[in-house]
Design a protein around this ligand. Sequence first.
Ligand code: ATP
Ligand code: MG
Length: 654
Amino acid sequence: MSAPTQTDPRHDGAHDDGATFPPPPEFVADAVAHEDLHEAAAADREAFWAEQSRALLDWRTPFTQTLDWSGAPFAKWFADGTLNVAENCLDRHVRAGNGDRVAIHFEGAPGDTRRITYAELTADVQRAANMLEALGVESGDRVVVYLPLIPEAVVTMLAIARIGAIHSVVFGGFSAESLRARIEDAGAKLVVTADGGWRRGAVSPLKPAVDEALTGEGTDSVEHVLVVKRGGNEIAWNDRDLWWHDEFAKAEPEHTPEAFPAENPLFILYTSGTTGKPKGIVHTSGGYLTQAAYTHRNVFDMHPEKDVYWCTADIGWITGHSYVVYGPLANGVTQVLYEGTPDEPKPGRWWDLVDAYGVTVLYTAPTAVRAAMKAGREIPEARSLETLRLLGSVGEPINPEAWQWYRQVIGHDRTPIVDTWWQTETGAIMISALPGVTKLKPGAAQTPLPGIVAEIVDEEGNRADPGESGYLTITEPWPSMARGIWGDPDRFVETYWSRFPGRYFAGDGARLDGEGDIWVQGRVDDVMNVSGHRLSTAEIESALVGHDGVAEAAVVGAADETTGQAVVAFVILTAEAAEGVDRDATTAELRNWVGTRIGAIAKPRQVVIVPELPKTRSGKIMRRLLRDAAEGRRIGDTTTLADPTIMATIADLM
Ligand code: ATP
Ligand code: MG
């Protein structure tokens, strides 16, 4: 391929070999979403959302008002309606006669399994709701959840929702200090944790981080710590600590769900912190659940009576909230929940799970796809994977090579792939193909979903023409939009609504192609300016990964006396290429490779071969740290890295 630059006028946005993928006819025949969805939304957007909400959710008090935007940018959706979020995810499916349907096929990292039906999950959540109420948790109270990816995590989130309290899930990989800061910011009354979780054959303790966090400043609001026994590891015990199994056994089994206003806060979730200090993003109930259910159903083509869905995200991320907990359960779908990593105890575990549970729809991140590519296609090729019919991607732009590999090797050249763009702040998917409608282009998120209006604009806020790139903005409010930053309304306005008045600006750059499709290029902070040319890191990375010897690449712009900024590339070689590598020859070859693929202007000043890239615990590359290294600065804050030691290694290789 020859990834063109943003300014290349010949570029129509399609993958360079022209490959596009229309929906397979057999898929279209049975698809949930058709073209008329776009038409209905275009005809009357608000009426469309109201209709979706009534169709997808059970309202206790039906709403009469759809959107109140008078307090913009703080929206109210369906404000005079009332509902119970947990009842929508559980009880109503049981009442509809689907209590025996499996809600969760749980597989623990060590191989223990649990099969939980909707009736069982409903019963567990009812009891857990009573348990929380017995501990004094009331509607509006904040509960911090710091758990492994086990069924109790889902039960806890839904039990909190059921009583109208607010959860704030903190990813189990975060440190005691990150946890402390979030407990303090949220003013949590209760922390739910586990003794430990399983990871790569060993127990990784969680409770000690809670103990340490609670010795820190600003955590006096916490009255109890509820501890799930999972790892069996020895832990210290304090007066405030309670075992989950003791309290759960004591609790009453039946719980009547109260109806809460649509704008009742449902959760606070701190963004992953790729760009700076994490923000406590607030989401509410009716609008959030509407769009989570709507997108889950239409983007993933959900047929609840026959699909087995698997989203590999941890519940500590927004993807785990919307597409492990709320979307799938609101839709009454059967899903897989897996505690461990893709390759434990040996490579291929994920693909074994796909075969074991008959997974039909798989939703994961480009970083996982690239890791699988690096491990080699013979691993998935040794499995059947016949049940898969649709694949999804989220978290970063997916480079066309990874997209093609994902489709060919995992999808057997048959499955559509939906590349879904959205953020913690948007609450649910915003831009994505619809698998039964859209002609797919590898590497592009493509179309705003029906009901969403997105526009790419230039510095002055003027709309981009086809072929141009600029800033990705959303022009109309949407049901699952964030309602603010916890405790800091000014920061919400300042961060998202001030750059382009009247528009939500997401921080991402994108290009519009000749057919009106959107290509997300990543964060605008990551766009470089080399001798006056705007170059996107994503495009150069795509070119590098297109080389047979490169498994992964990250590109940054480093200050340069002559060109303003210069391209510096960090690459991980494939196992074969790394063997006995001649570093100088390889880096020279890769520089020329980019030069011929994109143009001399994009040729990296330096290519650094590294063993690993600095990634957050959600798998995203932290380019700001690589920029520090490339510019010879002291390396910035590495505390949210999956492997905090990697930057020292990389700095040594510069
Ligand atoms: P922080 O806001 O704290 O820096 P974060 O932006 O990484 O953290 P998330 O809300 O989890 O936290 O991620 C949203 C971002 O992920 C988007 O703004 C975008 O940059 C990227 N992203 C997500 N999905 C896609 C996609 N399909 N294509 C391109 N980029 C994507
Ligand atoms: Mg962000």
